[in-house]
Design a protein around this ligand. Sequence first.
Ligand code: PMV
Length: 358
Amino acid sequence: STIEQGNFEWSAPSNIALVKYWGKKDNQIPANPSVSFTLNNCKTITKLGFSKKNKSPEVSGPLSETNDAFSFDLLFEGKPKEDFKPKIQKFLERVFVYLPFLKDYHFTIDTQNTFPHSSGIASSASGMAALAMNFMSLEKTLNPEMTDDYFFQKASFLARLGSGSACRSVKGSVVVWGNQANIKGSSDLFGVEFPNTIHENFNNYQDTILLVDKGEKQVSSTVGHDLMHNHPYAERRFAQAHENLDKLISIFESGDLDEFIKVVESEALTLHAMMMTSMPYFILMKPNTLQIINAIWKFRTETKIPVCFTLDAGANVHVLYPANVSEKILQFIQHELVVFCQNGQYLCDEIGAGSSLI
Ligand code: PMV
């Protein structure tokens, strides 16, 4: 089956890891399993236009340069964006063996985020997931008998090759990536929906993202992952991730929020401890990150409200809490935490359902 031209549009959300992925082997294989909440509001929306390249022999033979290279234009928020092109080029090179039709088309990739540009929220997870979904839509058009399971599994597999954590942005609402003996179907190659019981305490769980520092990261996550090679604590850390994921399996079942908080906060601090103990060492937290963490601890001690924090590879703080305490937490954020945010900015998000076709 062939198709001359057309377009698809997909949105894919960001995600926030509870057990962190930090360290990888070749081919984007994670050093340890991770689990995340899929978000709902922080999304990338990507439109993929495609048109078949002209392959008539007079114009360009099958071995001519034009047919042997990837051909695409990239628009970000409607404007050409040259500096994102090398990332996309690299992604196309990595996934070409799995999507052999990629050199048959010229693509227009038109992408935008629902969250402010350079807010310090990584758009690589949502961006790579949205692109992977679009390419799978094209593959499905060429190969209509494909099942939904295959579609989503391969989309996650491809997204992983763009950015590891992107494989957790295809589906919702709790996603595991990485092989864990007691999680059925878990794989190093793609993310799967958490298959076990999830207590209603986690329904509509909230994530308010406090924007502490919107600057470019000083150390990319690619460099950070690499520094886990020959890291003095790497092996213990990878084992700990398995242990914490195990704990979360029972916590998700029991709904024990005190235990949830212990695992999640410990994971966040361990991620940053790995950064501080690698060689070269680095710190991505800012003074206001610590101010916020201390304020959350104080508030939790005083009110017994089950609110906790987690961190990505950056200074921003994700504040996690159940929906039934939203009002109190938003008041607390406005009264006590907003002062630590850059320009007072924060984003309200919550657990979401994954990517969707527009
Ligand atoms: O997907 P990457 O290569 O950008 O790595 C992301 C790593 C963390 O966000 C720090 C943790 C995670 O599991 O998402």
